[in-house]
Ligand binder design. Structure first.
Ligand SMILES: NC(=O)c1ccc[n+]([C@@H]2O[C@H](COP(=O)([O-])OP(=O)(O)OC[C@H]3O[C@@H](n4cnc5c(N)ncnc54)[C@H](O)[C@@H]3O)[C@@H](O)[C@H]2O)c1
Length: 441
């Protein structure tokens, strides 16, 4: 029942009364159709975008209501148990304790490259069964969702087989090893009617949701420029061996790290229309199978870009930047302000807004807390900080809400394809030494 006691908070652009928050549909829909209004109970005020889009996190309904409705099991099949596989497992284990969800993830099957590795990982991560061949996982009736955390060249065959078997797919970035493969994956996802989500987890940061909200609200004016970089130093040693990251197809720093900064640029500014890029290989050979083999991909790449909305950009990716551990960083210039961010301090947003008195202006630092949802799901105290695996947990909460039809999957496979297309245009530009239109590749 709707009752009074509404409080319209202009500053946060949300409506709340006591502990009940109303979906934005209330702002748009006439109130007479009470049964159509979705009321979400939450202990926090929910932020909503001015354009009416739902933010990328789910609140769902209260745990008690879920219990009454009956929470269904969602069988998880995880392929790969390395860096990302462990992060996926962490998120699937944690998500039910943090969010109220329509499905209860059950860690059903883990696949790795052989039985022994899979069995050891399944035991450590809490999976019911282990298999040494991902095809058996895809065909397993207890698996509803296939999570792909294996090297890039496996993304396409696993995703196509999973959609064909009627499963939902959660695929790590980059979506594929080539644009043609990425297109085939989008087509398979859309044909299947199942959910496909790509693991661009940095988009799920509550402080990035705030940045997007500020941009949409016009708080820094019209967007003028985006300066972004993703630099780390894990390939700085010339003796760091070849891996899937240095394979000619789907490898290279622009695919590996560049895809993250491109996805952030698209998320905040919009589609990129054309690019001009340069790329270089610093360590020309690396060890493989007891010998040194030529490195066929770039170690660093840099591009200038024109966005569809007229903003200009400069983006870099570098995996041999000494001292840089997680420099996923951007500065966004608007006509009336600036937003700056670095993933190394990812609970903070630095904002400059014009209009302060002379001599009193400067950047302020906004620190994440319960006012930047869904932070409060993890911790009631501001400034205590989320960690990397919490972003993965938010991503998995959104994925489960999408599977239940409560939210539109984002970034979906089509968005993964668009990121891949932008990176492919940059690689082509670097090779041909000219400007390349993204819609032309
Ligand atoms: N979203 C992010 O922030 C992020 C971060 C790192 C990596 N990634 C992506 O995650 C994926 C995995 O990267 P990683 O760093 O976890 O690599 P990793 O090398 O740490 O792990 C890869 C796993 O896949 C397994 N594997 C190899 N061949 C297999 C096969 N034939 N069948 C099943 N499993 C197999 C390996 O044994 C290992 O367990 C890549 O696509 C990468 O780009 C995403």
């Amino acid at each position: 029942m709707l009752r009074t006691n509404f409080r319209f908070e202009k500053d946060t652009r949300s409506i709340s009364y006591s502990s009940v928050v109303l979906d934005l549909k209330l702002l748009k829909a006439p109130l007479q159709k009470e049964q159509e209004l979705q009321i979400h109970h939450t202990s926090q005020t929910r932020r909503v975008s001015r354009d009416g889009s739902r933010p990328n996190f789910c609140y769902g309904v209260r745990r008690r209501e879920r219990a009454q409705m009956g929470v269904k099991r969602l069988g998880i099949g995880l392929v790969g148990s390395g860096f990302m596989g462990r992060s996926h497992a962490f998120a699937f284990n944690a998500v039910g304790q943090v969010f109220d969800l329509p499905f209860r993830p059950a860690l059903a099957v883990l696949a790795d490259r052989d039985e022994a590795i899979a069995a050891e990982a399944a035991g450590a991560l809490g999976f019911e069964r282990a298999v040494g061949d991902w095809r058996r996982l895809v065909d397993d009736a207890s698996v509803d969702l296939v999570a792909i955390a294996a090297p890039n060249r496996f993304h396409k065959p696993i995703a196509l087989a999973a959609f064909e078997a009627g499963k939902h797919v959660y695929c790590e970035k980059p979506l594929a090893t080539s644009l043609a493969d990425a297109r085939a994956m989008v087509e398979a996802a859309e044909r299947s009617g199942r959910v496909g989500l790509v693991g661009f987890n940095y988009l799920k940061n509550p402080i990035i949701a705030l940045a997007r909200e500020m941009i949409e609200a016009g708080e820094i004016g019209a967007l003028v420029a985006f300066r972004g970089i993703h630099a780390e130093d894990y390939m700085i040693d010339p003796d760091a061996p070849h891996s899937f990251r240095t394979e000619p197809e789907g490898g290279g720093v622009l695919m590996d790290l560049g895809s993250h900064i491109v996805s952030l640029a698209r998320h905040l500014v919009g589609p990129i229309e054309e690019v001009s890029a340069m790329a270089a290989t610093v360590h020309e050979s690396r060890p493989a199978d007891g010998a040194r083999r030529t490195v066929p991909v770039e170690d660093h790449g840099h591009l200038v870009a024109r966005f569809q909305n007229g903003a200009l950009g400069a983006l870099s990716a570098n995996w041999l930047a000494p001292g840089r551990k997680m420099q996923l960083e951007f500065e966004l210039t608007g006509t009336r302000g600036t937003i700056a961010f670095t993933q190394e301090r990812f609970n903070e947003l630095r904002v400059y807004a014009a209009g302060d008195p002379p001599g009193r202006g400067g950047f302020k630092t906004i620190v994440a807390g319960p006012d930047t949802p869904p932070y409060g799901r993890f911790c009631p105290a501001p400034g205590h900080q989320l960690g990397f695996n919490d972003l993965k947990t938010i991503e998995v909460a959104h994925l489960i809400a999408a599977i239940a039809g409560e939210e539109a999957p984002s970034p979906d496979f089509r968005e993964g394809y668009e990121v891949q297309r932008t990176v492919t245009a940059a690689l082509r530009s670097a090779k041909e030494r000219n400007w390349v239109r993204v819609d032309g590749v």
